[in-house]
Unconditional design. Sequence first.
Length: 88
Amino acid sequence: MNSDFVINLMNEAIRLAAFIGLPILLTALVVGVMISIFQAITQIQEMTLTFVPKIVSAAAVLYLLGPWMLDKLMHFANHVFTELLLVK
């Protein structure tokens, strides 16, 4: 195992983490901006109004895309273990 292998593996792991986390983060961002615009228009400054819709939307995205995310993670883990067994 050399440093190029480890660097490549870490690069793949970081890209996968960003790729998997992006849908949840973008959904929370869009919902947060919409709620902020709503609060600015109506002048309602309730703090809990921002958290509940973000959590619900993130949970909905996780429910819908969870199998896809799990498949990507399992494929990556399988790839890592296979590469580790081949490199000695």
